[in-house]
Design a protein around this ligand. Structure first.
Ligand code: 4AD
Ligand code: MG
Length: 431
């Protein structure tokens, strides 16, 4: 509002009269002093009115304020090292902008389902605003890293004619009488734009009809997908570790306060520097077997296996060269060992699981056709994609980073549902 200051900038105005607009989070009285805590999205502020100095009308107003009432408060900024932000506001005048009666989320414990039903209000809580501010900063850092290094943002379509990541998790929509699908990944389109622009990326929502009800799965999640022409498998891993380390360092610089609100132990984050360890799928199987897991070569890793593997390292770890038959049709088989593909997953520490999946892509037309056939996919559905192998095809690689999993790990959040404003899961599309 014109003439008001953000709470975050009040420390620069000590001794000055200001106006602040926000929402009341708590009120309390102590003897002849009334306190109210105010939130405006930029920070939290303690507002005080003392019987000796404040007008009676103001003291009366402060006494009946309720949680989430929207107010504009005028007053004097005073230094107070004990208060959040290092300042408090000695109020002189208060105007109620929007009253609030019977706010359903009281400052007490609520069950998760109740909170999720009230997600539109829950987002106002200090923990949730910290998580959302963290998400926004991470999204900014991801883009900044790529923008500053010559990657061009190219947005793939969301309505697509065919599967990018297997047919089992497609959301089908009726496209004027024809079936179309919500995008599971923009990758195939990014391979096309990479052949036009060299290094490209996309960043947007992707959709998977995942029947998984875990703390890592959403049905709508945001993926960052860089794709690089003339890029081999090893260079692809280097981009990933540089990107992840850059984002973690950025957050440690710019979102310390939010990490503190979330109770994040930052020592794990301080260690996140390249190079990240790399182990082959074969070695992963050996390590898991040695740790007592009943695994055999060819098995997929579930979350207990990923957690155990990640726990063997002090920073994120790449697991590479997975069995070809487990993986997507577009992944380049290792020329020295075609039974494995030049693909890697990046596993986050502390049980957060796979945060990045990437690979070198098949650039040979005949090999691609053979892999499509092996996976029972209709080559006609991919005719445009096969064209990319006919006109100046080059080795190229890329990866997909799941924003919500990255935010959950960096923020130390228990569940990905707290990393996105309105999570979509197996049993929830509301509010
Ligand atoms: O490993 P995925 O399936 O890879 C791809 O889709 C590639 N086409 C990406 C590419 O190479 N351009 O997914 C990539 C990442 C995972 O590592 C994970 O972080 C996240 O997307 N992800 C999910 N996040 C939340 N909920 C889900 N259901 C997710 N599925 C994948
Ligand atoms: Mg994957």
């Amino acid at each position: 509002m014109t003439g008001t200051r953000a709470i975050a900038e009040l420390a620069e105005h000590i001794g000055a009269p200001v106006r602040v607009a926000g929402w009341v989070t708590h009120v309390r009285s102590s003897g002849k002093v009334r306190f109210c805590a105010l939130r405006d999205g930029s920070g939290e502020l303690q507002v005080v009115a003392r019987a000796q100095e404040a007008p009676d009308a103001l003291l009366a107003q402060m006494a009946v304020l309720t949680q989430e009432t929207a107010v504009v408060v005028a007053g004097l900024v005073r230094a107070d090292p004990r208060a959040p932000g290092g300042v408090e506001l000695a109020a002189t005048e208060l105007t109620v902008v929007g009253p609030s009666e019977g706010y359903p989320i009281a400052p007490k414990e609520h069950g998760v389902e109740f909170l999720m039903d009230h997600r539109h209000l829950w987002v106002r809580s200090s923990r949730q605003t910290a998580a959302l501010r963290l998400r926004a900063r991470i999204a900014h850092a991801l883009r900044a890293f790529l923008d500053d290094r010559g990657f061009v943002l190219t947005d793939p379509p969301i309505l697509t004619p065919s599967a990018a990541e297997g047919t089992s998790t497609l959301f089908e929509v009726d496209y004027f009488g024809e079936p179309a699908f919500l995008s599971q990944s923009g990758q195939l389109y990014l391979e096309a734009t990479a052949m036009a622009l060299g290094r490209v990326y996309s960043f947007g929502p992707t959709f998977r009809a995942e029947k998984s009800k875990t703390r890592r799965h959403l049905t709508e999640f945001w993926m960052l997908e860089p794709e690089m022409a003339f890029c081999d498998f090893e260079e692809n891993l280097e981009w990933q570790e540089r990107l992840v380390a850059y984002v973690v360092a950025d957050v440690l610089t710019h979102r310390r306060a939010e990490l503190a609100v979330l109770g994040r132990d930052t020592t794990v984050l301080e260690r996140v520097e390249p190079p990240f360890p790399r182990i082959s799928y074969d070695e992963a199987i050996e390590r898991l077997a040695a740790a007592g897991f009943p695994v055999a070569w060819g098995d997929d890793f579930g979350s207990p296996e990923e957690t155990a593997l990640a726990g063997m390292f002090d920073r994120p770890v790449f697991v590479h060269r997975f069995p070809t038959r487990q993986k997507a049709f577009y992944m380049q088989p290792d020329p020295l060992r075609p039974e494995v593909v030049l693909a890697a997953d990046l596993l986050a520490p502390e049980g957060y699981g796979e945060i990045v999946g990437g690979s070198q892509r098949i650039h040979d037309e005949a090999l691609l056709a053979a892999r499509l056939a092996e996976q029972g996919l209709d080559p006609a559905q991919y005719s445009w994609y096969r064209d990319l192998r006919r006109y100046g095809s080059v080795p190229h690689s890329g990866f997909g980073l799941g924003l919500e999993r990255l935010v959950a790990w960096i923020g130390g959040l228990e569940h990905v549902r707290e990393t996105i404003p309105f999570p979509r899961t197996l049993n929830r599309v509301w509010p």
